[in-house]
Design a protein around this ligand. Structure first.
Ligand code: SF4
Length: 440
């Protein structure tokens, strides 16, 4: 078995663990933010409803800020207040099939779930990572149809039985909804724990992540595990923040080795500290990048250099016409049901080769539009509007925007992806990505 990590990076003293729990929970009781999912978790008597309320919040909070999530969460819970409500809507559609209510008559077979997916996407639009909403829906169906409506009661079963529920979400649901004494590790917890114990090895490496899970499981308060986990995350979100942590106000500073190191200029003396910092310690910063005193506690955590995002250019055309009631209408088409921005609506778009000259861009875009409209498009009619940059986590995307005004009617080819004409108001209410909203 591998040797245990040096004591510098561990919590070995039961009295210190007890004190840390007490300090953190006392701070949380005084300073916690009022959030709708916390109110539901604290007041809902039914364990399944409680688990659903926490589950939805945790899925929405992945990669998205609390302030942004609140409004989406309230709207979602109003529309589908229980897991049964969400599963029920989706089961009705999938069993009734083509032309069912709420699907309009004439829906083709591959759009059986179209209307519901549309609703999910519309509620989710703006939160990003759209597949999360879809997976939540799939998991709800599974609970109702295969697990007799009962949400699994332990972190292990939640992770094993529910699609889209990973180790973190399972731990959060089980500790907050059921009081299971199990830890959680997310970005905030990684930062706090790495600072508390001066862990400077690559915090995205499996060895460090495993160590942090062990630590989170050992630290979690046995009588208030849900509050403890939320407190640790809240500390990371509001006090132990990435760039300028508020160490002076921190309720656990007396347990923080990064803070002590900053104050005293040297590592905390612990019995086997000589094992650390001289190479070979799996949790210390690499020897080539030692402690930098100008960074203070923000020496921790550290990540291996990020991969450069992929650079993509896409031509997008805003096709507009005067609708029968005189208002301008725009053509939107639906993206494929998997991959980036799955199932969302956008203006007709196509990827461009890098460094394609403007004249060539017009030609390829005109060819692409011809397929939609069934008649030739003159490149001269395309008006260049400008460029918009949108950064996805792994893609640096530039949209090159053109517009084209149409006279007369256009018959859309039903064999192509679904498409429709929308007014500006309808466009903004539709399931379109944030990037597309920037275009109009
Ligand atoms: Fe974070 Fe500073 Fe608190 Fe340490 S003392 S946990 S670095 S806020």
């Amino acid at each position: 078995a591998p040797a245990p990590p040096p004591a510098q990076h561990l919590f070995n003293d039961p009295a210190e663990i007890e004190a840390l729990r007490g300090n953190l929970l006392a701070w949380y009781d005084k300073c916690r933010r009022d959030l709708p999912w916390r109110t539901l978790a604290a007041t809902e008597q039914d364990a399944d409803r409680r688990a659903y309320a926490v589950w939805v919040s945790e899925v929405m909070l992945q990669q998205t800020q609390v302030a942004t999530v609140i409004d989406y969460y309230n709207r979602w819970m109003q529309k589908w207040p229980t897991l049964q409500a969400l599963a029920q809507a989706s089961l009705e559609v999938s069993t009734a099939g083509i032309g069912c209510s709420p699907c309009p008559p004439g829906s083709s077979s591959n759009t059986r779930l179209c209307v519901l997916e549309q609703e999910v996407n519309e509620l989710w639009a703006g939160l990003g990572y759209y597949s999360r909403g879809k997976r939540l829906q799939e998991a709800a169906r599974k609970v109702v149809s295969e697990l007799a409506g009962r949400v699994p009661r332990t972190a292990e079963d939640l992770q094993k039985l529910l699609p889209g529920v990973g180790r973190y979400t399972a731990g959060a649901i089980a500790s907050i909804s059921y009081g299971q004494a199990t830890g959680v590790v997310d970005g905030n917890v990684i930062r706090v724990l790495c600072r508390l114990r001066c862990i400077g090895a690559d915090s995205s490496s499996p060895a460090v992540i495993d160590q942090l899970w062990d630590m989170a499981n050992a630290l979690v308060d046995r009588s208030r595990p849900g509050d403890f986990n939320q407190a640790l995350m809240e500390l990371g979100a509001t006090v132990c923040v990435p760039k300028a942590p508020l160490c002076g106000e921190c309720p656990v500073k007396q347990h923080c080795r990064a803070w002590r190191r900053k104050l005293f200029g040297k590592p905390t003396p612990v019995p086997d500290v000589e094992n650390c910092g001289v190479g070979g310690c799996p949790l210390c910063p690499p020897a080539a990048e030692p402690w930098d005193s100008s960074l203070g506690v923000t020496n921790f955590p550290r990540k291996a250099a990020k991969k450069q995002p992929r650079v993509v250019r896409t031509a997008t055309c805003v096709l507009e016409r005067r609708g029968c009631r005189g208002a301008l209408e725009y053509l939107v088409v639906q993206r494929p049901s998997s991959g980036l921005l799955a199932g969302l609506w956008e203006f007709p778009s196509l990827p461009l080769a890098q460094d394609l000259q403007e004249e060539k861009q017009r030609e390829v875009l005109a060819d692409h539009l011809q397929a939609w409209m069934g008649k030739p498009v003159a490149t001269g009619g395309l008006q260049f509007i400008g460029e918009i940059i949108h950064i996805f986590s792994h893609i640096h995307q530039t949209y090159v925007i053109y517009s084209l005004s149409l006279d007369g009617d256009v018959t859309l080819d039903p064999a192509l992806s679904p498409s429709r004409w929308v007014t500006e108001e309808e466009f903004h209410a539709s399931a379109v990505s944030t990037a597309m909203k920037k275009v109009l």
